[in-house]
Design a protein around this ligand. Structure first.
Ligand code: KG4
Ligand code: ZN
Length: 338
């Protein structure tokens, strides 16, 4: 069995996976949503302090499996460095106490493997990563070989959902709240511009769209207060434009690369409208759409444990003293023109 720790942002999580059956035999997660709610976003120092409190409590539940643990996996990049450090310190301590090796895991690889929680991973794999920290098109040839071929020039899709939700005074955490509000809205009422329309770069941008939402809200507020229906219409129209932009660039990628299978990963991949439209886009290209189970779209330790099985089989162990924490992925290629 492999024990995995995830603490890259605001979810403290520990999971244990059985290497043979892929069964998640233990899983514990403590969300910090309520603590960050008053700030309208994740406060890194607070996240780190709460990881330091939560992780040892979660570890209590994992103790019965300690004798069967063969390795300790931990997310070491990318993420908030002070938050990553809490998980890494726990992994170092466990590695020394149990005399088991460490497997450092890249957070995005965890999301990629969330597509294969109960099945063998299949490559080559293309994926659209949509989270609070990343929006990217990814190509993976195998476990060790993956690259981002398009990234966001500014905000991530999930981050844009969070900011739009904040402007609409919706509940935190915001992406899910915006999707919920949008359900009763008219997505055609506001004609928000499609970002990078006609721009030859294979890249994403959400800051202009966010600004259009802000201007629309300001104009409506100066004429009176925002009614619930108007808020829902703004949420739906924003969601439509954000998804259309993601899929516009993904379509251009698919036209050129003709992937046989394409996954949708990251916290925002829990959005049902996005899943639906992404699936339809894949089918246009005879490409199989892959989705993670809804409970494994957001950050979790089970996906880190799943990725760690591959790292274990490849022998990618690391000395506890040598593990490095990197807040940003080492690659951030320029936008590619197609
Ligand atoms: O993968 P994740 O849990 O953490 C990061 O690695 O960033 O993704 C969190 C992001 C947040 O921005 C959140 O608002 C967004 O995913 N999100 C959603 C939905 N659920 C979560 N965005 C749009 N629609 C949703 N239903
Ligand atoms: Zn994530």
């Amino acid at each position: 069995m492999i024990l995995a720790i995830e603490s890259s942002c605001d979810d403290s999580a520990i999971a244990i996976i059985d290497r043979q059956s892929l069964e998640i035999v233990f899983e514990g997660k403590t969300s910090q949503n309520d603590a960050h709610k008053p700030f309208g976003g994740v406060v890194p120092e607070l996240a780190a302090r709460l990881h330091a409190e939560n992780l040892p409590k979660l570890l209590e539940g994992a103790k019965p499996y300690f004798l069967r643990i063969k390795a300790i996996a931990v997310t070491n990049e990318p993420g908030l460095s002070v938050a990553l450090a809490e998980g890494v310190v726990m992994a170092q301590a466990l590695s020394l106490a149990l005399n088991k090796p460490i497997l450092p895991i890249h957070h995005i690889k965890g999301h990629l493997y969330s597509l294969f929680m109960r099945s063998k991973a299949r490559f080559p794999l293309s994926a659209a990563m949509v989270s609070g920290g990343h929006t990217a098109l990814i190509e993976a040839k195998d476990y060790g070989n993956f690259s981002q071929i398009a990234v966001s020039l500014d905000d991530a899709l999930g981050e844009a959902f969070d900011k739009a939700a904040k402007m609409l005074n919706l509940d935190y955490p915001s992406g899910a709240a915006l999707e919920k509000a949008a359900r009763s809205g008219d997505e055609n009422r506001f004609d928000f511009p499609l970002p990078l329309k006609g721009d030859p770069r294979l890249a994403f941008s959400f800051s202009g769209l966010k600004n259009s939402v802000r201007l629309a809200i300001e104009a409506l507020e100066s004429a009176g207060s925002l009614e619930a229906q108007t808020k829902a219409d703004i949420a739906a129209s924003f969601q439509k434009a954000a998804i259309a932009h993601l899929l516009d660039k993904t379509r251009r990628y698919a036209q050129k690369a003709r992937p046989k299978q394409m996954g949708l990963i990251g916290g925002a991949s829990a959005n049902l409208i996005l899943r639906d439209r992404f699936g339809a886009l894949c089918r246009e290209f005879d490409c199989e759409p892959l989705f993670a189970p809804l409970e494994y779209c957001g950050d979790n330790a089970a996906m880190i444990a799943r990725a760690a099985i591959e790292a274990y089989d490849l022998g990618l162990f690391c000395d506890p003293a040598a593990i490095q924490i990197r807040s940003r992925a080492p690659f951030a290629p320029p936008a590619i023109c197609i």
